[in-house]
Design a protein around this ligand. Sequence first.
Ligand SMILES: NC(=O)c1ccc[n+]([C@@H]2O[C@H](COP(=O)([O-])OP(=O)(O)OC[C@H]3O[C@@H](n4cnc5c(N)ncnc54)[C@H](OP(=O)(O)O)[C@@H]3O)[C@@H](O)[C@H]2O)c1
Length: 177
Amino acid sequence: MKITLVIATSMNGKITRQNEPDVSVWTSKEDAVVFKNLIQKHPVLIMGRGTYEAYKNKIELEPGRLRIVMTHNPEKYKHLSVPNQLEFTKEQPKELVKRLSFNGYKKLLLVSGEEINRLFFITNLIDEIQLTLEPWFFGDGKEISLPFEKSLSLKLTSVKKINTNGTLHLIYSVKKY
Ligand SMILES: NC(=O)c1ccc[n+]([C@@H]2O[C@H](COP(=O)([O-])OP(=O)(O)OC[C@H]3O[C@@H](n4cnc5c(N)ncnc54)[C@H](OP(=O)(O)O)[C@@H]3O)[C@@H](O)[C@H]2O)c1
């Protein structure tokens, strides 16, 4: 299973501007294109309930694409589930990835916030990080990940300036030991 984490950050590593839930107010339209293309290439998307709450009114469910929302209380959201398109789970990353691999999926896109990113970082399951660096500096906001003790070593495999304002799209592979 190839796992790609996609994130947009300010230049000081914030994934939200203060407490604003919707990042599209500061991310560029070019990043929106990158993000849309990545979604098109992935049959499974995983997010946390925090990210789901921020975008539930914008998410367009579609046949052939499964969106999985991680929550401690999947029963609470069961009535919103749509078979093969939207599910809520309390499975942890390893068992979730194992199930998806067993079901034939070969790649997944992580579109989550700081809590779920941390869970995937500590299990060392992420293979690639696609990071859009927007030319903003935020005094406060959520981080890419909640703190954890490990470190990950990355290799930059692609860098593109995607607009005249200097938004950078960076692709890193995560070194596995
Ligand atoms: N800039 C970007 O690229 C980017 C990307 C994604 C999200 N965001 C932003 O980040 C914000 C959301 O951040 P977030 O950190 O709250 O989002 P998140 O990590 O996607 O979701 C957090 C939620 O995940 C669930 N969770 C945490 N640990 C779990 C575990 N061990 N097992 C099962 N479920 C678990 C909890 O839901 P329950 O409370 O229901 O248990 C928790 O509230 C939004 O504003 C969104 O716009 C930005």
